[in-house]
Structures are given as structure tokens and as C-alpha cells.
Design a protein around this ligand. Sequence first.
Ligand SMILES: NC(=O)c1ccc[n+]([C@@H]2O[C@H](COP(=O)([O-])OP(=O)(O)OC[C@H]3O[C@@H](n4cnc5c(N)ncnc54)[C@H](OP(=O)(O)O)[C@@H]3O)[C@@H](O)[C@H]2O)c1
Length: 305
Amino acid sequence: MTLDYFPPPKSPNTMFLVTGVNGLIASHVADQLLAAGYRVRGTVRDISRCQWLADHFESRYGYNRFGLVQLNDFGAEGAWEVTLQGVSGSRQSRALPTSRWRTSIAPSHQSSNGSTLFVGSQKTSSVKSFSFTSSAWAAYTPNPNVTRVLTENTWNEEAVARAADPRLSAEEKGLAPFMAQGSTSGMLLRLFEGKDYEIILKILPQWFVDSRDAGRLHLAALTDPSVDRQRLFACAERYSWPQILSLMRTLYPERQFVELEDQGWDQTTVPNAKAEELLRRLGRSSWVSLQDSVRENIECYYHPS
Ligand SMILES: NC(=O)c1ccc[n+]([C@@H]2O[C@H](COP(=O)([O-])OP(=O)(O)OC[C@H]3O[C@@H](n4cnc5c(N)ncnc54)[C@H](OP(=O)(O)O)[C@@H]3O)[C@@H](O)[C@H]2O)c1
């Protein structure tokens, strides 16, 4: 990836902790932090399974910029304190003044244990900033028949009530189909190849963001002083699967694709201006477009670099 302008790091040894760093979003968070000149420690549940990521980042950013730490149980007593103490230890071993260090955390998995990390980080004086990823579904359940305007204070109370309703099965709560569809990036491939794509049609028209922009927004949230206890809506453009198919047809006119029925269009207005402003402050002209994102995602599979 070509890098644009990034603000210079406060210190090249500033360390960020990214949880679940082998995940789609978290790996891009780590990538953007490393590209901006910071160091990253990433937690994974199985180091041997994720060694490829350390090798990848070392080849990209050099030796000793990225490290993996195994953390199987986020809820275990003292788990975060131990992880954060490890970071403090490496600080001391470098013999740098404490005041020049800034340790930050970007948990990027969906887990209630993010709150235990937050509590743990508050107890650690070196931790200066904290960012957390959630699904857009934390704000609303996409429904093309509903027109609405979201604010930074909109929460998906309906989904919370459904999740807590003991009379509903997981299927009725709408979780099972979502959990079964696998990686978002793999969803595009299913559509591109016309294989096993039916399950993804359960995801109705909504907003999209490219994973790299999601990573950039974490970088901004963790380092830009204008962000303080703020909720950022990483929403670049609306999409629907039939529209993505139409983009694929334009990009790959020689290829045959499946036909999909029109799914309608998300009528939700989202408060994404602050997020876009932060991308600009990082030197980007705007969001990565849906068309570019679709093309580059497909090219990852068909022309791996
Ligand atoms: N992908 C999207 O389109 C999208 C869009 C908006 C928001 N989000 C949100 O972004 C977050 C990350 O999504 P993603 O697509 O990047 O997920 P992902 O690729 O599936 O990665 C999830 C990561 O969390 C780890 N993890 C899962 N359950 C865990 C647990 N119980 N304990 C410890 N680690 C656990 C996984 O570890 P293992 O590899 O060991 O399983 C993996 O590292 C989620 O909150 C998601 O809702 C995603």
C-alpha cells in the first residue's frame, strides 16, 4: 500500500496494544499505527497460528516494531495488568524517560471483556488513550424500509432488548445468520465467484467502510488531540449486494456474475463528518471509495502481491 502523509510520532518508541490483532479490522489498525511510526504489541489467542502476522509486519516495518503476546482469556484475573506490565517492562529496558512514553490500546474484537481491559488500562499510568471498535449494528439494525437520522448518542436499544429476551432463540435474535457468514472480505469473494453467497444476502443494505480507513480512524482516535471521549462513525458510503455486483460487472466486463433481486437502499443518515475530517487530517482526500475497495479486495485474492 502506498502511504500518504502521517503526522510524525511523538516518539518512535511509543507503544500501542492492539487486541485480537490477527483479526481483519485489528490487523489494519496495527498496520496503520506501524505505518505512522509507532510500535505495536498485539494480543492473539494462539501465537503459533498467528506467527505469519509478526513475519509480515517485520518484513514491512523492520525488526522490533511489532510483537505478539498470547492472551487466551480476556476475562482472567489480572490478565490485562500482566499484559500492560509487559509493555511497561520493555519501556524500562530501553531506559527511556517515562514521560516520553505513551502506551495506548486499541481493542478490536467484539467482547464485553473490552470493559475489563478499559478498567485495567485505567490502573496503568502509562496508558494515555483508548479506542474500541464495535459494529455499526451497535447503533442501528439496517432496514431499507426505515428512514432515520443517527446521532452520536444513538444506540441500538431494540437489539439489546432482543438479545436479552429469553423467549427468542439465537436464530430469531438474528445472530446466527450473521455469525455464520465469516469474514467480510471473504463475502465479496463469494459474490465474485458466485459460490455460497446466499447467506450474505441476509445482510441488508447499509453503510460500508474500507478496513484501511477503519485502521486510520483508530490511529486518529488514539493520537489526535481533537478526539476525546468521542464516538466516531466509520461510514464511507451506502452499499447493497446488487450494487456491488453492478460495480463488479463494470470492473470485470469479461466475467459472468449471478443475478440478484433489488434489496432497496439504506435510508439512514449517519454522523460521519468528524471521522471524515480526521481522515483529511491524516492527509487523505476522503474515504476509500466502495469501487476501489471492491477492486482491491478482489485483486488480493486473484493477484496476490
Ligand atoms: N468486518 C466488518 O465488516 C466489521 C464492520 C464493522 C465493525 N466490525 C467490528 O469490528 C470488530 C472486529 O471485527 P473483524 O471483522 O475484524 O473480526 P475478525 O476478523 O473475526 O477478528 C476477530 C478477532 O477477535 C478475536 N476474538 C474473537 N472472539 C474472541 C474471544 N472470545 N476472546 C478473545 N479473542 C477473541 C479473534 O481471535 P481468533 O482468531 O483467535 O478467533 C480475532 O483476533 C467486531 O467488533 C466487529 O463487529 C467489523
